[in-house]
Design a protein around this ligand. Sequence first.
Ligand SMILES: [Zn+2]
Length: 256
Amino acid sequence: MPAEIRLFPCLSDNYGVLIHDSETGATASIDAPEAAPIEAALGATGWKLTDILVTHHHHDHTGGIRALKEKHKCRVVAPAEKTARIPAVDETVREGDKVSVGTLSANVIETPGHTLDHIAYWFHADKLAFVGDTLFSIGCGRVIEGTPEMMWHSLVKLRDLPNDTEIYCGHEYTAANIRFARTIEPNNPVLAAREAQVARLIAEGEPTIPVTIGDERLANPFLRADLPEVAGIISMDGEPPEQIFAEIRARKNSFK
Ligand SMILES: [Zn+2]
């Protein structure tokens, strides 16, 4: 049986997401931005929370853990990295570990850069990846604890997932990301098409995710830092991709 997904807004611009195994009834919350919308999603679906899979330690991804754990006695899985500082953890995981949610199975991919502890959960049989604040649609997370080089290598790991992998990220930032991306690749037709699609989704009150890795590869400038045409546009021909990535990230940081 395929995994079932429930996506819903939390806090000001975070996403909550539940993944449900209909065979066993197991249900995981990916991160726990706040308890109330997660409880509401559980109530609406009738699913019982068995696990919380944490991507990184930021409060807007962990603030609901204690209340949910107290009520549901669920297992909390979190990064093993020592900087994680996450409450109520039952099990820590690192690169190459597998995490089961009922009969569903995720591979852990370490993606440091935004934070040092950041991990993604890749449910390869279900063609799903939960990437937290490492990769956003048409964007990426700020490099807060790691280095641009570290972040670039993390993004390449996610880019290397199969093209039909559906990506769920931690925030709804897509429209703002597109406005910036158009300054890097104004003539990218895939990006222009994505802009029109996102405007329509937002007007309809719909989320702009999930997106596939294949689509992101063609339009997300942060995944395209090693393409000669991108280097050329920002006048960095021949520079190493991590430096081109660092320049694009720096431009995004000061973009209004
Ligand atoms: Zn974060």
